[in-house]
Design a protein around this ligand. Structure first.
Ligand code: PLP
Length: 399
């Protein structure tokens, strides 16, 4: 017998992947330059040379046994110390290796935290639309109940009264993601303070901590000098799930971490539960070579220039044509409303017929909108502009 829920997760491929595969096929048929694939969130900025140099340095100067051997379950102490030192420098407070557990990307961090907080099949975790679709797989696949706060489409901040209504005695954690995939919104300090006030009040009402999981793979991808607040300073029971997939363009290397600040209630318990969950799911000892490289590159800045250029071009052109877009303050996504009263799926199909690939917002919990991943070449965006114009024109015409 097989676990039918897992069969279902395995069989159902992601909408984003389907678009990407379709784009590959179309490129073979109509030519590379005639397909405008905005489907995938794969960084288009090359990995910084500092990372390549660090890898070469590690490979040249250490023994193969050391390079490729097991590390401690939580990761090499040097890497954890280097990451903690980088956070200490940025935040102005001392953190150390005990605050860091290295993982295979943010996905493993999130899954480990979620597993740590699910008590039984009635435990609830709240996510805020629009959200990274894998939250549903993680929470339901690990045996919990996910509840969704509807999107606040005027500014894509959090609908705090709606969130408060969803909290019950079963609520174990809330997941937030800012800068956000897919909206590109960055939660303001005001939003986070409002969220904190609700979580503190509800934690004391239900007499147990409601944890906040702050999913931050896009933390450094923020434009125009906007602030991305350090969430544990606003809500002490926060755990950060971080990844180098986007900031250092290393998605295939599978490296990230869980950061548990000393401020969390029952610090030791939280560290045991999250590391225990990582152990149970086999997420121990993140890839060793890249751990050692990250130890040398923890402070390497993210190269934002080309994403920023793409963002400005796309946002400027689309809004001047009449598209209604969420202002892209962070990450590398533009979230656009399907024009002329069409549904997101209808508009996405129309666009697909013109070889322009946009992912409908439905899987992100936000129907009516579409995600445009602008981690692509500037030239492709320039070539796609007439098609965006054509689409808004034809979508407004009766059949
Ligand atoms: N969280 C969000 C919001 C993401 O967009 C992604 C990847 O796209 C992840 C988590 C997973 O990141 P990783 O590749 O580090 O597992």
């Amino acid at each position: 017998m097989l676990n039918s829920q897992m069969v279902d997760f395995g069989r159902r491929s992601s909408t984003i992947r389907n678009f990407f595969e379709y784009g590959k096929k179309r490129r073979q048929i109509v030519g590379e330059e005639n397909v405008f694939d905005f489907s995938l969130g794969n960084p288009s900025v090359p990995t910084p040379s500092a990372v390549t140099e660090a890898l070469i340095d590690v490979l040249s100067h250490r023994s193969p046994i050391e390079i490729h051997g097991y590390t401690p379950s939580a990761g090499d102490i040097e890497a954890r110390e280097a990451i903690a030192a980088d956070i200490s420098r940025r935040i102005g407070r001392k953190f150390c290796s005990r605050n860091i557990y290295l993982t295979c990307g943010a996905a493993a961090s999130l899954a480990s935290c979620i597993k740590a907080f699910l008590l039984d099949s009635s435990s609830e975790i709240i996510a805020i639309a629009p959200f990274f679709p894998e939250y549903i797989s993680f929470v339901t696949g690990l045996g919990g109940v996910i509840k969704i706060v509807p999107p606040k489409v005027d500014d894509f901040q959090i609908d705090l009264p709606a969130l408060e209504k969803l909290i019950t005695s079963k609520t174990q954690a809330v997941i937030i993601n800012s800068p956000n995939n897919p909206s590109g919104a960055v939660y303001t300090r005001k939003t986070l303070c409002g969220l904190s006030e609700i979580l503190m009040r509800k934690s004391s009402q239900y007499r147990h901590a409601i944890y906040l999981l702050s999913d931050e793979p896009y933390r450094e991808l923020v434009y125009d000098g906007l602030e991305v607040p350090f969430v544990p300073d606003i809500y002490p029971n926060t755990i950060i799930c971080y990844s180098y997939s986007k900031s250092l363009s290393l998605p295939g290397e599978r490296i990230g971490y869980m950061f548990v600040p000393d401020t969390v209630e029952d610090f030791d318990g939280v560290c045991w539960a999250t590391s225990g969950a990582a152990r149970v799911m086999g997420y121990v000892c993140a890839p060793a070579l890249i751990q050692k490289a990250v130890a040398l590159c923890a402070s390497v800045p993210t190269d934002l220039e080309s994403y920023d250029r793409n963002r400005r071009l796309l946002y400027g052109e689309l809004t001047s044509m009449g598209y209604d877009c969420c202002h892209p303050d962070g990450a590398f996504y533009l979230f656009v409303k399907a024009p002329n009263g069409l549904s997101s799926v209808e508009f996405s199909e129309l666009a697909k017929n013109e070889d322009l690939l946009l992912v409908p917002g439905d899987d992100f919990g936000c129907p009516g909108f579409l995600r445009i991943s602008y981690c692509v070449s500037f030239e492709m965006i320039k070539r796609s502009i007439p098609t965006f114009r054509h689409l808004i024109e034809i979508s407004g015409c009766p059949d």
